[in-house]
Structures are given as C-alpha cells and as structure tokens.
Design a protein around this ligand. Structure first.
Ligand code: BG6
Length: 492
C-alpha cells in the first residue's frame, strides 16, 4: 500500500458527519497504512477544546461508529489530531491555523501537502477558501486540495456564485465536490459490470432495454434536520446529486480511457441529453410526495407535518418519483424511472434494468407474457447483482419458472466493504478526482433541477401527494409507471 504525507484541516470537526463518517473513515485508512506516521489532522470549530479533549472525542467517535479491534492503534491514531477554535470569518484566526500547520508540517514531515475538508454549514463554503489563500495557508510547496460537502448551492445561481468564489483560491483540479454515493462500492461497480462484460454492453441500449429504474428508499424520517430539509426537500437532497449521478453512470457511453477526464466527460454528456420538461410535463412526469403517519418496522411514526421544526403547512416533498428521458442514440424512447423518499418501507438502493421481451413469445400463457429479464444492481444494503431468467420447472414442459442468478459482494465477507467516505478521502489524498463531481456536471444538474423547482413553486401544480409512512410512496408514483405498462420492481 502507498502511504500519504499530508495534513488535513477539518472544518466542522465537532459535527455529526465528522463523528459518524469522517473519523471512522480516516481510522480505516490508518489501519490500512495509507495514513501512517506522516499525517496530522487539525479539527476546527467554534467550540472550545484542548488537543487532548479533541483526541478523546475522536477516539470515542471511532469506537462508537466503527468496529475497532486494536485499541492501541486507535490511541496512536488519535494522537495525530489537533484542535483549533476558529472564527472562520475572521482573517486573524487563520494566522493561528497557519502557525499550527507549519509546526505540524515539520513535526510530521507532511511535505507541506494540505487537504481542507469543508464539513460545516454551507454558508461558509465560499468564505473559507478565500481566507486560506489570502492568509497564506495555501502557500506551501506541497499540494493543496479542498473537499466541499453538499449542498453545493441551492440552485444554479447560488452554485455558480459559490463556485466562482472557490475558484479564486483553488484550481478546478484541486476542488473535490463530494457526492458520497460515488464512493459506494457498487456504484463504482456499475462501469465495471457494463464495460467489463461484453454480454451486457452489446445489449445496453434502446433495442434491448425496455426501461431503467433507480430507487433509493429510506426508512428514516427527517430526524433533527428539519431546518435544512424544509428548504431542500427530496429533490435537492437526493435527486440533484445522488440520483442523477446514478443515472449518469448507467447511461454514459464507454469512456475512451479509464481516467478521470474521460469518465467525467462521458457522464456530463448524459446530462446534456437529459430531456427538459415544460411545466405541464413536469406535472405529469415528476411526482412529489410527503409522508404522513404510519408504521415502520412495526413501530408507529408521526407524519412529516408533525415533526419538530417543520411548518405544519409545509409543502416540502419527502419523496420524488420521476420519468426521465435521455435523448440520444442509445437511449431514445427508454424511460428512466427514479424514485427516492423518506419513511418508505425499506432502506435500500437498487438499479433495475428491464429488458424487452423477445420477438415472439412462445411461452405466452393465457395471453400473459412471461416475466421480463431483469438485471438488478444492488447498491445497498446488500451489494451485488442478480439476473432474473426463465427456465422450466422440473418435469413440466408447459410452464415457465422464473429463476434468479445472483452474486452477493458483501454477503460472504467477514469485514464490511469499505465505506464510501473511506474511499473518497483516500482518493482525494492520492489526487484522484474521478469519483467527485466536476463543475460542469454540477451546473447542468442544477439547471435541470431548477426547472422542476420553478414549476413546483409556480402554484399551478398539485401539492405533494400524501403517502403513509411505511409504504413505497403515493399512488401517483405507481400510476406514473402503470400508464406506460410498467410497475416498480421494489426490493423484496
Ligand atoms: C444524504 C442526504 O446526502 O444522503 C440524506 O442528505 C440521506 O437525507 C442520505 O439520508 C442517504 O445516504 P445513504 O448513504 O444512507 O443512502
């Protein structure tokens, strides 16, 4: 394994993301030897902590949120963490940061390499990079990379402003915009399944594929994030980023080479071919929903409007289902159905490719077609692949028996596959931005999402359709497919 020399500045070090994901991810990188002796982390936030207190917080977070077998290693790991209380809007506080980093560069021989991770409130995403540059923090001879969490803006306009600010201090190549779905093992596997298997790639088009479905369902509700979620809703929270990213990976053309530029070039072309709808078409093709009370895993749960800090009149959508078209040679006429929502009956992300029926259905019984062939890519919680085929039952030559060929990536492993954040932090440290989003991708996805937000806020379209918690969404989402002769292949 290669090892990296660097310091990491973590803005938002006392936040939820740092505790649940980032510290455990860094610890995994440490255990794998990618981070070894020559690294240091500076945690930054507005609260008051000593280095030692912060080290205890880090160790506790890792213990709570991941599996630790080697406590000694954890203590060693935590000893690389330092803490700085900062007012990130005040230039002076960056001098202290600079001094600490210079010291750590020497103590840990980091070669002046610095990664800045923005895991804090988005209103500071634009402010911090400016100070990092103006106060000389980015002046060392090593590399300087900045990681930006979501949300990257609220629409095209604010995203563009934010981007322009960041680009005053960092080159596009050094800006790592996170979409954690791109770090998921099976999301990265999509291109391998497609381009590593001739049998799939040759039929991966509108001649053989009837429709594509991408579903990401959650059982959790809004939790304690109403302040954020009320303004974002499922469209901005999930569709603008994660859902569109998966659409791109399923639909993109094979890249000429497996490098960052080629892959991202092909992804972006998918967005350029995405069909934009007018307001009426948005009403027909993009369904929004909002959960009401219901039952999840046998437990009663309250509706969205009863949740803490949610406006009792709120029109915020907690569910989106949509039919998308990619108007290019490969996908002409093939609907891409996407669906995502909170308080649905299961936590699962799955991509289903539904193949067309053969030219002549010899086994068509009682006027009913046999089940179509489906390729399911299981992103989570199971990671794997299954292909449904038809065979015949033993001793019976008249009927068809659907069978399933499946492969499970994480079922037989003792250890879990690497977490998304582990991969993405590792990628950034090694300078690989393939699984981060490029500015043109982000801009195009906002343009598309803005067209939907605008239509929804015009007041001409019906409000979100209500669905009971624990269901798979409103009836309207089922109708969306039924009128095309399809049904959702929800995870079993
Ligand atoms: C985040 C959203 O980006 O993704 C959350 O802000 C959502 O609302 C989460 O719960 C889902 O991620 P995962 O990895 O649990 O599917």
């Amino acid at each position: 394994e290669q090892t990296i020399n660097a310091s990491i500045v973590l803005f938002g070090a006392t936040g939820d993301l740092a505790h649940r994901k980032l510290f455990p991810a860094m610890f995994q990188l440490y255990q794998k030897g990618q981070l070894k002796e020559n690294f240091a982390v500076v945690g930054v936030s507005r609260k008051e902590f000593s280095h030692e207190e912060f080290q205890t917080i880090v160790a506790d977070a890792v213990l709570t949120h991941s599996h630790v077998s080697d406590k000694e290693a954890l203590t060693q790991f935590a000893s690389h963490f330092y803490y700085l209380k900062m007012d990130v809007t005040d230039a002076i506080s960056y001098h202290e940061l600079g001094n600490l980093l210079d010291q750590l560069d020497r103590d840990y021989r980091t070669d002046g390499n610095r990664m800045y991770y923005m895991a804090m409130a988005p209103q500071f995403f634009g402010t911090i990079p400016g100070f990092l540059k103006s106060e000389g923090i980015t002046d060392t001879s090593g590399w300087h990379r900045i990681v930006i969490e979501k949300p990257f803006g609220k629409n095209l306009e604010t995203a563009t402003e934010l981007n322009e600010k960041i680009q005053k201090s960092f080159d596009e190549d050094d800006i790592y915009r996170i979409d954690h779905y791109l770090g998921k093992e099976m999301v990265q596997n999509i291109q391998v399944i497609r381009f590593g298997n001739a049998i799939f790639e040759s039929i991966w088009n509108n001649k053989y594929i009837d429709s594509v479905q991408i579903t990401s369902s959650e059982t959790l509700g809004v939790e304690d994030r109403a302040a954020y979620y009320e303004k974002s809703g499922a469209l901005l929270d999930m569709v603008q980023n994660h859902m569109l990213q998966m659409v791109m990976l399923v639909a993109m053309e094979p890249p000429g080479k497996l490098d960052t530029k080629h892959i991202r070039d092909e992804k972006v072309k998918v967005l350029r071919s995405l069909r934009f709808y007018n307001e009426l078409e948005i009403g027909e093709n993009v369904i929004r929903g909002q959960y009401r009370e219901g039952t999840i895993n046998g437990e009663p749960v309250q509706g969205y409007l009863e949740e803490e800090n949610v406006d009792p009149q709120s029109k915020t959508e907690t569910f989106v289902a949509a039919k998308l078209y990619i108007d290019n040679f490969r996908w002409d006429g093939v609907p891409f159905y996407i669906k995502t929502g909170k308080r649905l009956n299961t936590k699962s992300t799955e991509i289903v490719i539904q193949f067309k029926q053969g030219p002549m259905s010899l086994y068509r019984a009682n006027n009913v077609n046999h089940p179509p062939n489906l390729l399911r890519i299981h992103i989570q919680p199971d990671e794997g692949l299954s292909l449904s085929l038809n065979a015949k039952p033993h001793g019976d030559n008249m009927n068809l028996l659907p069978i399933d060929m499946s492969f499970c990536n994480n079922c037989h492993n003792e250890v879990n596959s690497p977490e998304a954040y582990e991969k993405l932090i590792g990628d950034c440290l090694f300078g690989n931005s393939t699984y981060f989003t490029r500015w043109d991708e982000v801009a195009l996805s906002w343009e598309f999402i803005d067209s939907i937000s605008r239509a929804w806020s015009s007041g001409e379209l019906p409000p979100p359709a209500s669905y009971p918690s624990g269901s798979m969404g409103p009836i309207e989402a089922d109708d969306l497919l039924l009128k095309d002769g399809f049904t959702w292949w929800d995870p079993a």
